[in-house]
Design a protein around this ligand. Sequence first.
Ligand code: GLA
Length: 367
Amino acid sequence: MTKLLTLTFTAIFMTVPASTGVTAEEAATSTRLHTLKNSNGMEVTVTNYGAIITSMLTADRDGNLADVALGHRTAAEYIAASEKPYFGAVVGRFGNRIAEGTFTLDGETYTLATNNGDNHLHGGNVGFDKVIWDVKSASDQSIHLTYVAKDMEEGYPGNLSVSVTYTLTDENQLVVDYAATTDKATPVNLTQHTYFNLAGEGNGTVLDHEVMLNADRFTPVDSGLIPTGELRSVKDTPFDFTSPKSIGRDIETENEQLALGKGYDHNWVLNKGVSATELTLAAVVYDPATGRVLTVSTTEPGVQFYTGNFLTGTLTGKSGKTYSHRGGFCLETQHFPDSPNQPDFPSTILAPGEKYESQTVFAFSAR
Ligand code: GLA
């Protein structure tokens, strides 16, 4: 059930830059794979490197299993990948972008890495996707991972204790529970960065997948993909996924926001109803070719719908197929990007004594 993922690790380590956050010794001894399996044969494999989901075997309409999560074959490839796509990882301390890598909190200005043009992305140079997590417990259908980010790690204030629990239910749901506490006020925005291709990883683009997003508004961005602060209606725009439509239908439309994102790479404002923190429907994705359906629910207020615009066809995936441009999509449930600098967005600040709790459910079915 628990296997070492070290085979090619040590050899490739020589080319790994120091900023990956993993030493040769850790790489050789501490990286594990753990497979969750339910009574229907669905399987989800997780590594403690970055709390990454490395594969998800789910059934199509005829009951055939395929791996619907993009990923690399070895830990070394996760570390060395030139495109840094964040395949399958837990992203933090702050998922998505913070403008110019700076924010002010309680009168103090903090400076973060600018690892995405002028901006900070996905927690910095060594975000939570590039560290080794502790496996606190693991069973056939659940794994509980923890990580303690130090005060000023990647520039963020506060020692932050984070946990992520993946639970695979017999209803074919992968439940992701996040929790965190801190000893100083700090921004926290954790998300899961799996790229899905419901036809199976490496099987072409996702442009034919049909998507419904439960969101009447999205947050338009500037040229650095930082929200302008506006919550804009999706009505009569290519961003309207309130009724299911294929990803490809409008993606090449002439539109300023699509041009800035090089496709869809935006945060949608989820329709939350009365309670802002209850688990509500975020998205439904259907692949007409295989019948697979992914339904995403979350306690978060937003979802970054990203259509693999930065995949260039140069990465080779687990089964030896290359990942084409738009060969996967992400549904990164989250608070809105750049929240620490946007007073009108829901707050991402966690104070000492408070508990950060967030849940996202990825449910699989077929029709
Ligand atoms: C997120 C971002 C994208 C891109 C990917 C990783 O989805 O919004 O712009 O950085 O992560 O490639």
